[in-house]
Design a protein around this ligand. Structure first.
Ligand SMILES: [Zn+2]
Length: 322
């Protein structure tokens, strides 16, 4: 039987239950955290994470997949504490979250060296613990799949081939990154069902989306609540049309909720969060918006209970199980 590594240990894949595939409990600029620790408020971050964890449990969520990688402040000790205090199953990753820049340490080393780092986290454990990464994260954004980003993608692919761990790739449909990201993975020999192109739901261009789906990969309709990139009604219309076209088995629903960012603890100072919210950037964004403000509307629009079960319960172990 397939299994999945969680922060609390290995579980049968079928035990994942209702799963949010893309949410961030802890994140932050790791260089700032190390150099100026006084600007971080770990107690507040932890209590906000606890609040969101309890809130999702209230909706029956049993597993949260937490794709916070290197350069986004992955903090395995904090995830361990949260998982043990809440009994929520949390799935951690390895990988590098960069849109362009690579630290010199990585810029001057090969794809295979970077793949070794990823394999270490998958086979040995993360940050000196015995918590193992269940998947590999990488990203492409406005800068596109340039040399540095391609290198991280090839490293992710090689680590996936060596371990069986799947890949989650942050994408930016507005920059047409998805097709090239898929191409790089397939060139390296990764099976399409091991690939998830995150943030595909930031577009309602059905041709773009179906070109990805036709390669056999999973897509993340995973930023519900971030109206800045696409408002909820257009996300819903897209999901409903893709369901009608029979794509439920390759889709994930999530929110990409990032607690420190949403609360002005990282990326944006509080006053900038206020400006963004005043402009309607992400007014409804939370780790439970999907249940409170999206699923009821999707059901009214024709989504069946079986389709919902496929996306939230059956797809996660199918993509993550090894
Ligand atoms: Zn994310």
């Amino acid at each position: 039987m397939a299994s999945v590594e969680t922060v609390g240990g290995r579980i049968d894949a079928e035990q994942m239950g209702l799963t949010l595939i893309h949410e961030h409990f802890f994140s932050g600029d790791e260089a700032v955290t190390v150099q100026w620790p006084h600007v971080r408020d770990h107690d507040r971050e932890y209590s906000l994470a606890l609040e969101s964890a309890e809130a999702v449990k209230g909706h029956g969520v049993r597993t949260v997949v937490e794709p916070t990688a290197m350069l986004l402040g992955r903090d395995i000790a904090a995830l361990q504490r949260l998982a043990s205090e809440t009994r929520l199953q949390i799935v951690a990753c390895t990988g590098i979250y960069t849109y362009d820049h690579l630290p010199q340490f990585l810029a001057n080393r090969s794809e295979d060296f970077i793949a070794d780092l990823f394999v270490h986290d998958i086979e040995q454990g993360i940050q000196g613990t015995d918590v193992k990464a269940a998947f590999i994260k990488c990203a492409a954004d406005e800068a596109g799949v340039n040399d540095r980003i391609e290198k991280v993608h090839r490293a992710a692919a090689r680590a996936s081939l060596r371990t069986g761990a799947p890949i989650m790739a942050h994408s930016r449909p507005a920059s047409n990154t998805g097709p090239r990201q898929v191409e790089v993975f397939l060139e390296e020999g990764v099976a399409p069902e091991k690939i998830q192109i995150a943030h595909t739901g930031d577009t309602d261009d059905l041709d773009y989306i179906e070109r990805l789906l036709n390669r056999g990969v999973y897509i993340g309709m995973d930023r519900y609540g971030i109206d800045l990139f696409l408002p909820t009604d257009r996300r819903n219309a897209t999901v409903l049309e893709l369901l009608a076209r029979g794509h439920a088995e390759r889709m994930f629903l999530s929110q990409d909720f990032d607690i420190p960012i949403a609360n002005g603890l990282d990326w944006y100072p509080p006053e900038m969060i206020e400006q963004l919210q005043a402009a309607g950037a992400a007014t409804d964004w939370s780790m439970t918006f999907l249940f409170e403000g999206v699923i009821p509307t999707l059901k009214e629009g024709g989504m069946s209970d079986a389709q919902l079960e496929t996306m939230l319960v059956e797809n996660p172990p199918r993509w993550l199980g090894v």
